[in-house]
Design a binder for this molecule. Structure first.
Ligand code: OAD
Length: 419
């Protein structure tokens, strides 16, 4: 199991510390490991002590999810998002073949693509990361339809929390309340000196200036290396990430669900919470052995499927389709137009128009990964290889915009017998 290390994809080089031994968050065994396994096995095979979840959706389809949201039973929606929600804003994702960042890093001369986000590598060789930051720095911070759909959920009092892996700050620009936002992989919004004795904070504007002057950012107080507060592989996630989720609906958008512990969120919602995936491909499905043992990857298609719905296509279209089912489509389109016009009026503010914290201020919003080195903190890790490629293999190219049709073959009656 190399899932706890950034080396996961490439195998451990000799002498690499095996972080994964202490950190099982990247595996389905979780913290209580063996006990959980035993419980799941007993509940599966003997019907003992299992939580037999009653299906909540009247149909495993986008329309079924829409009806559930409109009912008074759906009060707390949790969103889990990744790079795919920002690609329509012109920011590449990581793993899409050809366009994803990891297939375009040849010029940086890295030992392996993920090294660019690996803390040990960064401390020795910060240049590639800052060169990439310069290359990818958004010309304009313009959130997508998908971001504004989450804003609508918030405005309507339905959003319990948004977990994002993205570091582009677009959730903030779209007006999501920082209290509801968990920037699980940190953010570019603030930066800190890496020296433990210093930890001086710097603003996005300060960092942007350094990035564009091609200087490796150095602390003005101690000359230590300054790094944006994004969570590198080998760093801990904010402790807020680990709070329990009392959600009634999970909406997962634009993520390959390949990086732990983020991906494990899908298993941390109650067993009867419906999970809607809006993505170009099916992701998060566990391998058959794990499913047999009751470990909850997504199950869109089996006879036992009872709560998971995949809407395959681009996130903006998926959100518009859902908004239409909810009777919010016009409102969403107007919101996008209004907000984009306001951003344009500011002339493409490169800091996204978000009020900057004064330099030297302590980070109070929980976005700083270093502030969260509590017991609960888990290092971000690359997962086991198989899942993503498997999910890709299972993608049905005939159904790219399928919406409800994607699940038409699923008989909701049949699925009631599951779990
Ligand atoms: P990935 O690049 O791994 O996955 C993006 C997913 O979104 C893929 O499944 C794409 O098919 C899908 N996708 C892309 N564009 C889309 C669109 N317009 N509409 C719908 N789906 C779309 O990105 P993440 O899952 O976010 O860590 O990656 C997770 C982490 O891996 C990142 O946070 C990053 C990286 O290493 C860091 O710490 C920097």
């Amino acid at each position: 199991d190399t899932s706890g290390t950034p080396w996961g994809h490439f195998g451990d080089p000799p002498g690499t510390p095996r972080e994964s031994f202490g950190d099982t968050s990247g595996t389905p065994w979780g913290r209580s490991g063996g006990l959980e396994l035993l419980r799941a096995l007993l509940s599966r095979t003997l019907g003992l002590g299992g939580d037999r979840a009653e299906p909540v959706l009247d149909e495993l389809s986008l329309a079924g999810v829409g009806r559930f949201i409109k009912s008074d039973r759906c009060k707390n929606i949790v969103c889990m998002v990744g790079a795919g929600i920002s690609t329509s804003a012109g920011i590449p994702d990581f793993r899409s073949p050809g366009t994803g960042l990891y297939s375009n890093l040849q010029s940086y001369n890295l030992p392996y693509p993920e090294a660019i986000f690996e803390i040990g590598f960064f401390k020795k060789h910060p240049e590639p990361f800052f060169a990439l930051a310069r290359e990818l720095y958004p010309g304009q911070f313009k959130p997508t339809v998908c971001h504004y759909f989450m804003r609508l959920l918030q405005d309507k009092g339905l959003l319990l929390r948004c977990y994002t892996q993205n570091i582009d700050t677009l959730e903030r620009v779209a007006g999501l309340d920082p209290e509801l936002l968990v920037e699980a992989h940190g953010t570019f919004f603030t930066s800190h000196c890496l020296r433990a004795s210093c930890r001086q904070s710097y603003s996005l504007a300060w960092m942007r200036e350094r990035i564009f002057s091609s200087l490796v950012p150095k602390c003005e107080k101690c000359q230590g290396l300054v790094k944006p507060d994004i969570v590198f592989f080998g760093e801990n996630l904010p402790s807020r990430f680990f709070a329990l989720l009392e959600s009634t609906l999970l909406i997962i958008m634009g993520t390959s669900l390949q990086v732990q512990p983020f991906a494990s969120l899908i298993s941390r919602v109650p067993t009867n919470t419906p999970r809607l995936l809006i993505n170009k491909e099916k992701t998060g499905q566990s391998d058959p052995l794990m499913s047999l043992m009751g470990f909850g990857g997504m199950d869109f298609d089996s006879d036992k499927a009872y709560r998971d719905v995949a809407w395959l296509g681009d996130c903006d279209s998926g959100c518009l389709a859902l908004a239409e089912l909810l009777g919010w489509k016009e409102e969403l389109e107007e919101l996008v137009q209004r907000e984009h016009a306001a951003i344009d009026a500011k002339g493409g503010d490169r800091d996204g128009g978000i009020p900057q914290k004064p330099q030297g201020d302590e980070d109070k919003d929980g976005g700083s990964p270093k502030k969260s080195l509590g017991d609960e903190g888990k290092a971000q890790s690359e997962p086991k290889k198989g899942l993503g490629s498997k999910a890709k293999a299972e993608k049905d190219p005939k159904k790219p915009q399928g919406g409800d049709k994607d699940k038409a073959e699923n008989d909701p009656e049949k699925s009631r017998g599951g779990q």
